[in-house]
Design a protein around this ligand. Structure first.
Ligand code: DP6
Length: 338
């Protein structure tokens, strides 16, 4: 790889303690710390080529196995803003040619801006001759406006603190090798979500339960940190599921309310509980700002969880993922998208 053109791959992540509510939208600063697990298979790839003579942006985007094509104007504006900040950081004044692809298993219904913006930040930095470490990459990725991107800069188990300012990003709690956890996504609706996370963050403080959750969080964060350190799913599972329900309680009681769930969401939650209570399978659910359910378990339970969820009529696909190692720059000519 020579500076001037670079490709990076970055993963999505699933939050155990959610980022919900933005206290400073301009700088993407959250009300509360969040903790997540970085995924292995749900990744975005991005190639950035510098155009020092130009000043414009040429952008192509693709999903799954579909070809690359110009994206929506809204998507392009987000990329342009993010690249503008990265160019300023590196003191670069020229144009860019960019191609990005979400290499998620198709039909996952999991559009991730965390993986996309982290891949873009890393590819742009590498093209500009910089190779930020995860700490710096995290702060750069966060400035995209996708707060959860701060956590995708690291592999394994990651915490993004709420205090601090502009330069701050997330930190790693434990590497992927520390604990082999799996995330099976029971997809009940693969269509794009109706209400963006950004809109949800804005509405969150209007819920009468917003402050209550913040008051509960210090203890909850401590339990999650302890469970990860001890590799204890029996300790982690209940708190992760409780936290996911609280996010949706806040969304559903915001003014106006936001309903991310579909009937299939409840069917999956009920099946996870049945598996646990009646059959002793250790599996716990969490749900981001959408209807699909992430089922967290250890490798020994994966086959049983996948089979039972696949058999539910409400589930259109089960995507198997697990903890992964974080973003990387790819150096082969064949790795570039353009
Ligand atoms: C519910 O503002 O980071 O996933 O940029 O749309 O991916 P996107 O979302 P972002 O908010 C994430 C909200 C969440 C919880 C979490 O990941 O912490």
């Amino acid at each position: 790889m020579s500076a001037g053109k670079a490709t990076a791959v970055a993963p999505a992540n699933i939050a155990f303690v959610k980022y919900w509510g933005t206290r400073d939208e301009e700088r993407t600063l959250p009300y509360n710390p969040s903790i997540s697990m970085t995924l292995a298979r749900c990744v975005s790839r991005c190639t950035v080529e510098l155009r020092p003579e130009g000043s414009d942006l040429e952008l192509l985007f693709g999903e799954g196995s579909a070809g690359l094509a110009p994206p929506s104007p809204e998507f392009a504006r987000g990329v342009e803003r993010h690249l503008g900040r990265l160019a300023e950081w590196a003191g670069y004044r020229g144009g860019f040619r960019v191609a990005a692809r979400n290499e998620f298993p198709t039909g996952a219904g999991l559009a991730s801006s965390a993986s996309g913006f982290t891949a873009l930040a890393l590819a742009a930095a590498a093209a500009l001759g910089r190779e930020p470490g995860p700490e710096e990459l995290s702060a750069l990725a966060r400035r995209s406006g996708s707060g959860s991107a701060a956590r995708s800069a690291w592999g394994g188990y990651v915490e993004w603190p709420a205090a601090g300012g502009d330069g701050e990003g997330a930190a790693q709690l434990a590497a992927a090798a520390h604990w082999d956890l799996r995330d099976l996504v029971a997809v009940v609706d693969a269509s794009p979500k109706g209400v963006s996370s950004r809109a949800g963050h804005r509405l969150a403080p209007t819920s009468p339960y917003f402050e209550r959750r913040l008051a509960l969080l210090a203890a909850r964060l401590e339990r999650v940190r302890g469970a990860i350190a001890a590799r204890s799913l029996a300790e982690l599972g209940p708190v992760v599921e409780e936290e996911a329900i609280d996010l949706h309680l806040i969304a559903m009681s915001s003014r106006p309310p936001v309903y991310y769930w579909r009937p299939g969401t409840l069917a999956v939650l009920a099946e996870a509980r049945r598996l646990r209570d009646a059959e002793g399978v250790a599996v716990w659910a969490t749900i981001d700002a959408g209807p699909n359910v992430h089922l967290i378990c250890e490798p020994a339970a994966e086959a049983a969880v996948a089979a039972r969820m696949t058999a539910l009529p409400e589930v259109v696909a089960v995507l198997r993922d697990g903890v992964g190692g974080g973003p990387r720059v790819l150096r082969g000519a064949e790795d570039h998208l353009i």
